[in-house]
Design a protein around this ligand. Structure first.
Ligand code: HEC
Length: 138
């Protein structure tokens, strides 16, 4: 005698399940990664072929002779021209690479792509006068 009611409940639950899934899976994820341009893809190949990662890190991973380059493009005092200047001249233990203008642009495009994917480190310590440290996330 409860069968008809059970079936109704089942149909309602099924309806809720379908609507829920339609809403969840038709939304574009807020964290979807930016699409890599062909220049950035070629830049990544240059990055690998020249072993930049033996001295530099992206998201903290890599060699530790040079600085992390995850956000070098969006850094207020750095950016495209700054990166190209390093590639032109080298500096102390950073070797001088003889890249063409095009290759430098591709490396910059790759680093600009990496930069768009997030922050590293993604937090900043804020020191207050009473000695407490609070962590601010980007
Ligand atoms: C042998 C190690 C080494 C390799 C390989 C190397 N670098 Fe460097 N790089 C360094 C060092 C060390 C510095 C820091 C120099 C300084 O500040 O005096 C540096 C600095 C830089 C900077 C400036 C970063 C900043 O925040 O000031 C950029 C950009 C850079 N390198 C890009 C590259 C790219 C791109 C490659 C690969 C094509 C590369 N480097 C390969 C050692 C290296």
């Amino acid at each position: 005698m409860n069968r008809a009611r059970n079936i109704k409940v089942l149909i309602v639950l099924l309806g809720v399940f379908i609507v829920y899934n339609l809403i969840i899976y038709s939304q574009k994820s807020a964290s979807s990664a930016p699409i890599m341009s062909s220049n950035a893809i070629e830049g990544e190949k240059l990055w690998q072929d020249n072993n930049c990662t033996s001295c530099h890190q992206l998201y903290g991973l890599g060699g530790y002779l040079g600085p992390d380059l995850t956000n070098v493009i969006s850094h207020p005092q750095k950016g495209d021209a700054y990166v190209e200047a390093f590639l032109n001249s080298g500096e102390s233990t950073m070797p001088k690479f003889n890249f063409t203008e095009e290759e430098k642009e591709k490396l910059v495009a790759f680093l600009a792509h990496v930069d768009k994917t997030g922050f590293y480190p993604n937090r900043e310590a804020v020191f207050s006068a009473d000695g407490w440290v609070s962590i601010k996330y980007k």
